[in-house]
Structures are given as structure tokens and as C-alpha cells.
Design a protein around this ligand. Structure first.
Ligand code: DGT
Ligand code: CA
Ligand code: ZN
Length: 584
């Protein structure tokens, strides 16, 4: 069981406890433990096995027992009992915007509603409106929300949410009277998936807030209004059309100029980062919340977020780092890392052309890379055994090399690099023999088949591939497809250790559907001193721009420019690859 599976069981316990009406103090402990475990690079399951669970912070006696049961059996008594007594429909109802555990409980206890279908019927019959604290309006919202739940998945990918959120923010910025507007929430922190779009804005004149919120609900892309008050509006936005349309909830909060930095900071989160900031404020005798920072002499003025951190005696913490994984202490000590920036990327290694399963030619890909300001572009088409992706035979590889040499005579200060994305075969050997591999500038080794191998076998397979002297880097190390396909079972700690031992790089695949290595393990790679590299794995020229998503993962993982191989300039990369080949 990996950490994210374990965390989701803990979150499930929290949710079920809330639905059962249990004390929020008790249920909160499970959700906090889940959040902690999500951010740990080491396998908690392994800690259970070797009896070192004590090293996980914040687990009391009960939680340790629960975690042990969950790891050993996949469940625990408490979870079994909760699942037993909770109709699954109640959990689904929580996805209706504006409906929390209290409302679900009321509908369940007083109207006997157990399923979404029953809820729909009850709303249509007007029964829900009659419940204490509900009313006609709430009932209508629930009906609309039901349609939303039917059409939306629980979380959406970062790129999908940004595609909706960025134009939305630009439109709000253009509204008359709006002073500042920023994305907040997990989207601003650039998490790989998000639940919704959080936006915070401010107006010069508080009387204008209502008008701004009203205009917001009418912006293009807004499909439906979920709720609208004096300071906040919630809408459902729509991306794409027909059965493939994606619906994302978006909240706009309008606050006063004075409160803006505090509100932006609060709604950016994460929740855990906020808690740590509040503790820091308390230690200074101050009180921090979404409205301001209060001391003995009254409220402090902060002109922006940086000033808020300054008032707390902290270095400014960029949103990507706000996960309470040590950033507040580092900010206090003046030891925050210098993070890599997209402008520092000089090239990318893992891209496809029409020779395998890409849709643009070598030359088209190269021109697109030049347009992005890159100094070099690595091509890594698939290898021979991957026939579904039109993998290259050794002869076709040599044809491609000749074509690359020909093209490379055209440019000054720019080069195409000869690479391959070579398949790691089920036994860990590579899909090309060493003689051919020696002829490439570099080699990306990736797993594309036999995803169901047991964990030990998969780990050994990848470690063996990393032992090959011609392999430069490991491609998409877990094979996950966000919200679609789980990672294959693999011990990333062992893989990272092997990468360290053999001086190999590990890819952060920048395709927004993948984003593996994930940020948690980037943190671990950083500790181990394993060099990382981000690659868009572009199958079309425009996908080269996806590199930004990989850089965001690196930033969330505290990675600086030196540790990301993409920041080498043309001379640097040629020298580095030459040195590696000499060693091989
Ligand atoms: P998401 O939407 O699940 O991808 O993640 P977030 O972080 O955007 O979470 P969301 O949308 O529920 O709330 C946005 C921010 O608001 C969150 O990052 C921190 C703040 N916030 C929300 N609820 C609480 C709370 O109960 N306590 C504290 N301290 N902060 C909260
Ligand atoms: Ca959010
Ligand atoms: Zn691949």
C-alpha cells in the first residue's frame, strides 16, 4: 500500500465519521494524519513493517493502531463499521456544491434519503425545502448541483483548471472597479489536480462588490450560478462541449483593500500552511486570519502578501511551497531554497516525431523549440519492440541520425540531440543492444508494458535498467495517468537510491496527465542528491510548452536550477553528455 492509498483511506474515515455525526475534533485527527502521510516521501507501510511508525509526526496511539491495521489488512474495524452503516449515496451527495455532512445527515435522518436518485425525487416533490434550515432556494440549488455531480469528476487536472481559470481571472481583472485579482487555492499552489477554482479580488469602493460579483456570474465560460452573496459568488464553469465537457466549480471572493493580502494568503492555503502561519503569529503575540493581522496596538497594515510574511518575521514563501513540509521553519531561518524557473530551461530531452508516434517532423519540432528560445532539443522516439507506437528499428534509428546531422548544419547556437526512449523490457534488459545505444547522445529508459508485475519485480526491472551504462535518465518513473490510471507498483525509494548509485537522472514527465516523478519524491531526490530532468514527452510541437508543468512540480519539490538538467546551455549539455559517454 503506498502513502496516497493509505491517506485516502484515512480521508474516507474522516468523511464517514462526519456523516455519522461524530465529533469533529475526533474526525479531524484522521484527516490531519492523511494530509501528513500524503506529503511523506518514505513509505509508511514500510515503517509499519520495521516498527518505525513512531518517526511519523503527529500520530497518537489510536492513529498508529489504525494505520497499522490499514497497512496490514487494507481496512480496520472502525472503517468497516462506518462503511457498513453508511449508504454510499451519502458520500456522493457531499459532491453537491454547498452540501456538507450536516445537510446530508438531515436529509438522511428526516427524509430517509440514501441515494442521489432519491434526493432528486425528494427535491422535485418539494420535500427538501420543508426541512429546517433548507428552504426553496437551497432545494433548487441542490437540484442544479445534482446535475453537476452527474457530469463532473471529483478533481480535475491542473492544465484543465488553468485553461478555465486564467481567462476568467483576466476577465475579472478587466471589470471596472476591480483593483486586484488573483488565483488562490490549490490552483495557485500548482497542485497536479484541484477540486475547484478559488479567486480573490478587491475593489476600490466596497459598494461595488455586489456589482462585480453579479458581472462575474455572467462571464463567458460560466454555465450556472450556485450561490451569490455580498462578498462571494460560486459558479459552475464549463470547459469543452458535449459528453467530453468538464465542469469545474469556481468561487470568487471580493474583499476590502486592507484585507486583500490576508484573504489571498488565507485562501491560497494550504490549510496546514495556514495553521503553521497562525502559530507563528501567536508566538509573536499576534492574531492572523483572513481579515488581518492583529496585535496589541490594533491591526497591522500589509500592502501585499510579502509584507504579511515580513510582519511575521519570515522570508516570503512562494505558493508552490505552502504545504507545511518545513517551509515555515526554513522561512524563519532564512533558508528557503532558490527554486528553478521556467526561464532557465534551455532544452528538453524526451520528445517524439513522425518517425514514431508524434505528429510533427524533426524539423517542425526543432523550429518549435527554437521559437520557445531553447538552445537544444532532444528527440527520443520509441524503440523497436513498441510496435503500437511505431517504434524505430536500428536501421530507422541510423536514418534519423543522418537526418539530424543534416538539419544541424542549418543552425548556429541550436542543436537537435540524438536520443531514444528505449523500452525497459519485462526482465529489465533494454530494447536496443549496447552497440546501438552507444551511438546516441543520451538514452531515456521507460516502462511501457507489463504494468502488473509485482512490486519487487518492477523495482528490480527498473533498477537493472539503471545499471546499463548507456542509460542517461529514467522516463515517467511510475506510469501513472492522473485521475485515470494508478501508478504501477514500484519502490521509488529503491529506484532513487539506484539512480544515485549509478549517477542517472530521473524524469519529471511534464505531460499534465502524468507529472511523475511527483513533487513529494522530488523532495526525496533533492535530499539524496539525485539529479532530475523535466521533459514534455511532446508528441506534437505545441506540447513542448507543457514543460512549464514539470517545472512547477520541480518547484513544489524544492528543486533549484542546478539540480534540473534542463538548465544546461548548449555547450554545457554537449560537454556533459560527452563526458558521460566517455565514462560508459
Ligand atoms: P482543493 O480545492 O481540494 O484542490 O485544495 P485547496 O487547498 O484549494 O482547498 P479549498 O478549496 O478547500 O480551500 C482553499 C483554501 O482556503 C485552503 O487552501 C486554505 C483555506 N481554507 C479553507 N478551509 C479552511 C479551514 O478550515 N482552515 C484553514 N486554516 N484554512 C482553510
Ligand atoms: Ca480549491
Ligand atoms: Zn514513454
Amino acid at each position: 500500500m503506498d502513502n496516497s492509498q493509505l491517506a485516502s483511506l484515512l480521508h474516507e474515515i474522516t468523511t464517514l465519521m462526519e456523516l455519522a455525526g461524530e465529533d469533529s475534533f475526533r474526525s479531524g485527527a484522521f484527516s490531519r494524519a492523511g494530509r501528513t502521510i500524503e506529503t511523506l516521501p518514505d513509505s509508511v507501510a514500510a515503517k509499519v513493517k520495521d516498527g518505525t511508525l513512531d518517526s511519523v509526526p503527529g500520530l497518537g496511539k489510536t492513529l498508529k493502531e489504525t494505520v497499522t491495521h490499514l497497512v496490514e489488512t487494507g481496512t480496520c474495524k472502525q472503517l468497516d463499521e462506518l462503511r457498513e452503516k453508511t449508504p454510499p449515496g451519502l458520500v456522493q451527495m457531499l459532491r453537491i456544491p454547498g452540501v456538507g455532512p450536516k445537510k446530508v445527515r438531515a436529509m438522511h435522518l428526516e427524509l430517509g434519503i440514501d441515494t442521489l436518485a432519491q434526493l432528486k425525487k425528494a427535491c422535485e416533490a418539494g420535500k427538501v425545502a420543508g426541512l429546517k434550515g433548507f428552504g426553496e432556494k437551497t432545494q433548487a440549488k441542490i437540484l442544479e448541483g445534482l446535475a453537476f455531480v452527474e457530469q463532473s469528476s471529483e478533481r480535475v487536472r491542473l492544465d484543465q483548471a488553468l485553461a478555465v481559470a486564467e481567462p476568467l481571472v483576466a476577465s475579472i481583472r478587466a471589470l471596472e472597479g476591480v483593483k486586484h485579482v488573483e488565483l488562490a487555492g490549490s490552483l495557485r499552489r500548482r497542485r497536479e489536480t484541484v477540486k475547484d477554482i478559488d479567486i480573490v479580488a478587491t475593489v476600490a469602493d466596497p459598494k461595488e462588490a455586489t456589482a462585480i460579483l453579479e458581472e462575474f456570474t455572467r462571464l463567458p465560460g460560466v454555465e450556472r450560478v450556485v450561490g451569490q452573496g455580498d462578498t462571494k459568488a460560486s459558479v459552475v464553469t464549463k470547459l469543452g462541449e458535449g459528453t467530453k465537457a468538464i465542469r469545474i466549480n469556481a468561487d470568487l471572493r471580493v474583499v476590502s483593500m486592507h484585507a486583500f493580502p490576508f484573504a489571498l494568503n488565507y485562501f491560497t492555503g494550504s490549510k496546514e500552511h495556514n495553521v503553521a502561519l497562525r502559530q507563528r503569529a501567536q508566538a509573536l503575540g499576534l492574531k492572523l486570519n483572513e481579515y488581518g493581522l492583529e496585535g496589541e496596538g490594533g491591526g497591522k497594515k500589509c500592502k501585499d502578501e510579502a509584507a504579511v510574511y515580513q510582519a511575521l518575521g519570515l522570508e516570503y514563501v512562494v505558493p508552490e511551497l505552502r504545504e507545511n513540509t518545513g517551509e515555515v521553519q526554513a522561512a524563519l531561518d532564512g533558508k528557503l531554497p532558490k527554486l528553478v524557473d521556467i526561464d532557465q530551461v534551455k532544452g528538453v530531452f524526451h520528445n517524439h516525431t513522425t518517425a514514431s508516434d508524434g505528429i510533427h517532423t524533426l524539423e517542425e519540432m526543432a523550429e518549435a523549440a527554437r521559437a520557445l528560445g531553447y538552445q537544444w532539443l532532444g528527440i527520443g522516439d520509441h524503440s523497436q519492440s513498441l510496435t503500437i507506437a511505431n517504434g524505430l528499428s536500428p536501421d530507422r534509428v541510423r536514418d534519423q541520425w543522418r537526418e539530424i546531422d543534416r538539419l544541424n548544419r542549418k543552425w548556429k547556437g541550436f542543436r537537435i540531440l540524438k536520443g531514444s526512449e528505449v523500452d525497459i523490457l519485462p526482465d529489465g534488459s533494454l530494447d536496443f543492444d549496447d552497440d546501438l545505444l552507444a551511438g546516441f547522445d543520451y538514452v531515456v529508459a521507460s516502462v511501457h508494458t507489463h504494468f502488473n508485475q509485482p512490486r519487487e519485480e518492477m523495482t528490480a526491472r527498473i533498477v537493472k535498467a539503471l545499471e546499463n551504462p548507456y542509460v542517461t535518465m529514467l522516463g515517467h518513473p511510475t506510469g501513472r495517468l492522473l485521475l485515470r490510471r494508478e501508478a504501477y507498483a514500484v519502490d521509488l525509494e529503491e529506484v532513487l537510491q539506484a539512480a544515485k548509485r549509478h549517477d542517472k537522472w530521473v524524469e519529471i514527465n511534464a505531460n499534465p496527465m502524468r507529472l511523475d516523478l511527483d513533487w513529494v519524491h522530488c523532495r526525496r531526490a533533492r535530499e539524496l542528491g539525485v539529479r532530475l530532468v523535466t521533459n514534455p514527452d511532446a508528441h506534437a510541437a505545441e506540447e513542448l510548452a507543457n514543460t512549464i508543468y514539470g517545472v512547477e512540480v520541480a518547484r513544489r519539490g524544492w528543486i533549484g536550477p542546478k539540480q534540473l538538467a534542463n538548465t544546461m546551455d548548449l555547450d554545457g549539455v554537449l560537454e556533459e553528455l560527452e563526458a558521460r559517454r566517455k565514462k560508459a
